[in-house]
Design a protein around this ligand. Structure first.
Ligand code: DX5
Ligand code: ZN
Length: 223
């Protein structure tokens, strides 16, 4: 079953708890939290304290996407704060195997994130260790960008690699996903759809989340 991971980056920060409650009630599967350090990406966002606060206000699994340099340094504090899934960028670490293993040793699902221009074959020696792969479908740094269309065949290529190897690694897609194009992501083989502005910048985020879940049932019934 395809999962929906609302990204709170696009939520109204004065009402985060309410925003989380809306999407949880409307059937969200995972809560996506974007951590940016002002170095790996130019933007700055949240620290582990926000994850601690979210942990107290939701029972959804918390998916921490680390867009930071030296990700290993930050993994323990996000795990302690309550992260369930943690992804690090392949472009941000020279010690991939060690860092992925570290996330799993701490009891979290380990994910590897790839920027749009990073080829999937770089994961050849690590793919078996991964619980999920986060394919960036925009350049990381901001919500509300348009999908880079060339990412759809990249998703399909990764899906066929995973199936061919009989792995159960999930493909999470992040950037430019919304009601209007979610069908393209599902057909390409995505398992987890991150949606920021596609939920929280809509006039009624809860109603949008409900509409997305209904569309997902329709799409997955058809296939
Ligand atoms: C971008 C972040 C995304 C962002 C997606 O760097 O990784 O998770 O919240 O936002 P939308 O869905 O608006 O493209
Ligand atoms: Zn993200």
């Amino acid at each position: 079953m395809v999962q929906i991971a609302p990204s709170i980056l696009s939520a109204d920060f004065t009402r985060i708890a309410e925003a989380v409650q809306w999407v949880e009630e409307a059937g969200a599967d995972v809560l996506h939290v974007d951590i940016m350090d002002g170095h790996f990406v130019p933007n700055l966002t949240f620290g582990p304290q926000l994850v601690t606060a979210l942990r107290d206000s939701t029972s959804l699994p918390i998916d921490v996407h680390l867009m930071v340099e030296n990700p290993r340094d930050f993994v323990p504090s996000f795990q302690e704060a309550g992260a369930d899934w943690i992804s690090i960028h392949i472009e941000a670490t020279a010690h991939l195997h060690k860092d992925v293993t570290h996330i799993k040793e701490l009891g979290c699902k380990a994910g590897l994130a790839l920027n749009p221009a990073t080829p999937i074959h770089l994961m050849n020696e690590i793919i078996r260790e991964l619980d999920f792969i986060l394919l960036m479908t925009v350049n990381p740094g901001w919500g509300g960008q348009e999908l880079i269309a060339a990412m759809l065949p990249k998703i399909a290529q990764l899906k066929s690699w995973i199936s061919g190897q009989k792995l159960d690694t999930l493909i999470e897609v992040d950037g430019g996903v919304k009601f209007e194009n979610m069908q393209d992501f599902v057909k390409s083989g995505a398992d987890v759809l991150v949606m920021g502005s596609g939920i929280f910048k809509r006039p009624d985020p809860k109603a949008e989340m409900i509409r997305i879940k209904q569309e997902l049932s329709r799409l997955t019934d058809d296939s």
